[in-house]
Ligand binder design. Structure first.
Ligand code: HEC
Length: 161
């Protein structure tokens, strides 16, 4: 029994020591001007989607009105467009320079529900360039942004105002 535990423990320990060494020797890439690996592209969005779905469960959905989406559009142009893409179809230069890059909304297929968008905007996404907007925006502003994003067409640039 003791031998079995030892056999399982040694590879685990070697992995741990190897991992610490990679970190301490500065071998992990930390630059933002690279494309995320395919593993990161698959794993992180999966974890994010599951976490957001879980967190947003407690949030009551709301019906989307045109006035809300219109108000959201103004906030988007002022606070989000530099990262997520401008309303005239040009990309957000700041956002596409990040790692992971910010999705360009006017053309990005979104599959989040209203409450999920509300949660994402209010709380942000850890270890990415996506800020938590709860200190800057009131809940109603965040609902307006969610309404605007829900109303955006999936493909092609959004209509300019
Ligand atoms: C400084 C850059 C920056 C700003 C400003 C910013 N975001 Fe983001 N946002 C990001 C990045 C980077 C991601 C991608 C994070 C990731 O890969 O999970 C993101 C992700 C998101 C997502 C999740 C989208 C998806 O499909 O995974 C939503 C929704 C979002 N942002 C909404 C907003 C809104 C609304 C605003 C304006 C109030 C805003 N963001 C402002 C950088 C930004």
């Amino acid at each position: 029994m003791k031998k079995k535990v030892l056999c399982a423990g040694i590879p685990g320990l070697a992995l741990l020591v190897g991992g610490v060494l990679v970190v301490r020797l500065g071998l992990l890439p930390v630059n933002a001007d690279a494309s995320p690996s395919s593993l990161e592209m698959r794993l992180f969005p999966m974890a994010l989607r599951a976490a957001v779905a879980r967190q947003a469960k407690q949030i009551q959905s709301r019906s989307v009105h045109d006035e809300d989406a219109e108000a959201g559009k103004e906030i988007y142009a002022a606070l989000c467009a530099d990262c997520h893409g401008r309303l005239d179809g040009r990309s957000g230069a700041l956002g596409i320079s990040m790692y992971p890059p910010a999705p360009q909304f006017p053309g990005h297929a979104r599959s989040y529900t209203g409450p999920e968008l509300f949660w994402l905007i209010k709380h942000g996404i850890r270890n990415t360039g996506m800020p938590a907007w709860r200190n800057r925006l009131a809940d109603q502003d965040i609902w307006n942004l969610a309404a605007f994003l829900e109303n955006l067409p999936d493909r092609g640039p959004a209509e300019s105002h």
